[in-house]
Design a protein around this ligand. Structure first.
Ligand SMILES: Cc1cc2nc3c(=O)[nH]c(=O)nc-3n(C[C@H](O)[C@H](O)[C@H](O)COP(=O)(O)OP(=O)(O)OC[C@H]3O[C@@H](n4cnc5c(N)ncnc54)[C@H](O)[C@@H]3O)c2cc1C
Length: 247
């Protein structure tokens, strides 16, 4: 097609645009039972009424954002993420990954697509105080990680609000109380596990698939679903002196 034909098509009201096509997706068009039988997690659809309304809620900084996906898959494990991605791909359903749902632009939801939500079940945190590392799943909130790490008087660079999701915050850069001393969250990520579009799991670090490792540290959901992060820990100060300088 020529560029002119492309423009004509964009302006033709008869041609449904991508979002409209997605909006036409309904549960009735897809056999979600097929996926339901294959995963450990839950699938919630508009047919579930109030449970769906509750599951679709996002931290909505902009009231214009519509959160009305066709289905919300609350995954429990990496295999669930892999199977959900492959199902969506086979059926040409747009996907959005969700952790804490704090994207102010509504990037973790959609109209008519599938939300793959790690934030309900994938919140496991493992601290290795000897190696001073924390490994946490891609659905963790900031407060989940802080709570475990501070048991050992350790911490890392995360956000200032405990309810924000580490999935979006860390993969988006991450500014926290310790940023001036220790850098951004992404500067403290040692490795990650990512499921990409083919459904394969990649263990990535600066030594293994360094391009992908570079890309996910800032690229959020654009390169795959980050099912776990491993971050460096440092001593958590017992006292913090804070104040405001006005001039
Ligand atoms: C009240 C509030 C306080 C905040 N405070 C801070 C702060 O102190 N420091 C700071 O740096 N930022 C802060 N932010 C910004 C926040 O970091 C971003 O909005 C971030 O994207 C939220 O992450 P989330 O997981 O909660 O959001 P979500 O809406 O779940 O996800 C945001 C984006 O990340 C993607 N994503 C989420 N999880 C994954 C995953 N596991 N794998 C791949 N992609 C994923 C989503 O698809 C989406 O594109 C704050 C935001 C709010 C609303």
């Amino acid at each position: 097609k020529t560029a002119e034909e492309d423009v004509e098509q964009e302006e033709d009201p008869q041609v449904p645009q991508e979002e409209e096509q997605e909006a036409e997706n309904t549960v009735a068009n897809f056999d979600l039972n097929d996926l339901r039988e294959r995963i450990e997690g839950d699938i919630i659809t508009p047919e579930d009424g109030p449970a769906f309304v509750e599951a679709a809620v996002i931290w909505n900084g902009d009231w214009k954002i519509r959160s009305s996906p066709m289905a919300i898959v609350q995954v429990r494990c990496t295999e669930d993420v892999q199977k959900s991605i492959l199902y969506a791909k086979e059926n040409k359903i747009g996907i959005a990954f969700r952790c804490g749902g704090h994207s102010m632009k509504g990037l973790s939801t959609s109209v008519g697509g599938m939300v793959i939500d790690l934030g309900k079940y994938m919140r496991k945190v493992e601290v290795d105080p000897e190696k001073r590392l924390v490994k946490f799943q891609g659905g963790c909130r900031i407060k989940d990680i802080d709570a475990e790490a501070t048991k050992y008087d350790l911490c890392t660079v995360l956000g200032a609000v405990g309810n924000a999701g580490a999935g979006g915050l860390v993969s988006g850069g991450g500014l926290g109380h310790f940023t001036r001393k220790e850098g951004l969250s992404v500067d403290n990520v040692i490795s990650a596990e990512v499921v990409c579009a083919r459904g394969l799991l990649h263990n990535i670090s600066s030594d293994s698939e360094p391009d992908l490792f570079w890309a996910i540290r800032g690229g959020q959901s654009n390169f795959g679903c980050i099912v776990s992060f491993t971050m460096r820990l440092f001593d958590c100060p017992k006292q913090i002196l804070a104040g405001m300088i006005l001039y």
